[in-house]
Design a protein around this ligand. Structure first.
Ligand code: ADP
Ligand code: DAR
Length: 364
């Protein structure tokens, strides 16, 4: 896109979609100071927010060092999204030590003793570009590298399992029926080429090549390969004991880190991710809660979203991002914060927030 047209388009988005952080912080003068290659690289990062004016962030990094190279635009966007004062320095800390607190949902109410809990982190290795800039060969090469790590992981008694690929012709390829079953079970990720934001960023290119999922024998420890980030490492369990779930995830990440190339991280932003909304811990911890009274049986989640926002929580539908509430008002509740907060603080925020939402639900 010609520069003047690009600047005009972004200016129009700033007016029509003020929530688009890229459009809000884009500075034409800064853009003009860049050399041709840097302009092309920055365009690839912000194309998603131009093609999709309704974006919240409107940018996906293409390489880990983009956050340093283009910090003049990206840092203010990151700080505004994560609620971090422009005057302060960001020092991402990590804390997986759950012994300091006990977060068992049954302590809130015995009716919460069997909730679907999930916590996932994003990780990208330093030896490949981020997914938006990978070519087909790199995607398959990374998948094969991950599969070799999973072969080792599957020998660990607590993580034994198997790798399921959706790469056509892969030795581990599963059929369409199992793929759909795993999606319905909330284990596998959906066809990314249907996501316009990811498509604009190149993250869904070459679908489904280089994509798949490791699943433990207990089906409670999962690793996505080739979704929005190189890896999405997660535990998903039914119950109420958040501490046990976090400990299992922390152990799994530690084990995987010994079997893979180094994970990309920045001194300032912690774990480096495709989307700036996931920087820091790169963690989303969620509960599937039935809140029929707070959501008019799932028909209206706007009031719940407003209440959740005051608790630092986001509300997603029963199928995750961009989905609707499910039967009996089933919604996905998770803390918004990822950066400038520790893993333990996210767990505590989820527990405290769930308690407040349940108190509201049961008092209506
Ligand atoms: P992500 O959490 O990886 O950022 P999504 O919001 O799209 O992405 O969720 C991915 C999948 O995980 C979806 O199928 C969603 O329903 C499922 N999921 C999220 N939280 C839970 C949970 N607590 N229990 C069961 N499934 C969940
Ligand atoms: N389309 C992106 C979504 C940001 C958060 N969700 C992610 N990363 N899956 C936007 O800027 O709205």
């Amino acid at each position: 896109m010609e520069i003047n047209q690009l600047v005009k388009t972004i200016k129009n988005i700033r007016r029509s979609n003020p929530e688009n952080l890229m459009a809000r912080h884009f500075d034409a003068e800064y853009f003009h100071t860049l050399d041709d290659q840097s302009r092309r690289n920055l365009y690839e990062i912000i194309k998603t927010g131009i093609d999709n004016p309704d974006s919240t962030m409107g940018a996906y990094a293409q390489n880990p060092d983009d956050y340093d190279q283009f910090s003049q635009l990206l840092d203010p966007m990151i700080r505004e999204f994560h609620g971090i004062d422009p005057a302060t320095s960001i020092t991402q800390k990590h804390d997986w030590n759950t012994s300091a607190s006990s977060c068992n949902l049954a302590s809130i109410d015995l009716r919460l003793k069997d909730v679907s809990m999930r916590v996932r982190v994003a990780r990208n290795v330093t030896t490949f570009p981020l997914p938006g800039s990978m070519n087909k060969n790199q995607r398959v090469e990374f998948e094969n590298l991950a599969a070799r790590a999973f072969a080792e992981l599957s020998r660990q008694p607590e993580f034994g399992g198997k790798y399921l690929s959706i790469t056509p012709g892969s030795a581990n390829e599963i059929n369409a029926e199992e793929y759909e079953q795993r999606i319905s079970a909330h284990q596998m990720f959906k066809d990314m080429s249907n996501d316009p934001y990811l498509k604009s960023a190149g993250i869904s290119n070459d679908w489904p090549h280089g994509r798949g999922m490791y699943v433990s024998d207990e089906e409670d420890f999962l690793v996505w390969v080739g979704e929005e980030d190189h890896l999405r490492i997660m535990t998903m369990q039914r119950g109420g004991n958040l501490n046990a779930m976090f400990e299992r995830l922390g152990n799994g990440i530690e084990m995987l880190s010994t079997l893979l190339p180094p994970f990309a991280s920045s001194a300032q932003y912690g774990n480096v991710t495709s989307c700036p909304t996931n920087l820091g811990t790169a963690m989303r911890a969620s509960l599937h809660m039935k809140l029929p009274r707070s959501t008019s049986n799932g028909k209206d989640i706007s009031t719940l979203k407003s209440k959740a926002q005051t608790l630092g929580l986001a509300v997603r539908g029963a199928g995750g991002e961009h989905s609707d509430a499910g039967k009996d008002g089933l919604v996905d509740i998770s803390p918004v914060g990822r950066l400038g907060i520790t893993e333990m603080q996210i767990m505590q925020r989820l527990y405290d927030g769930a308690a407040q939402l349940w108190l509201t639900e049961t008092s209506l």
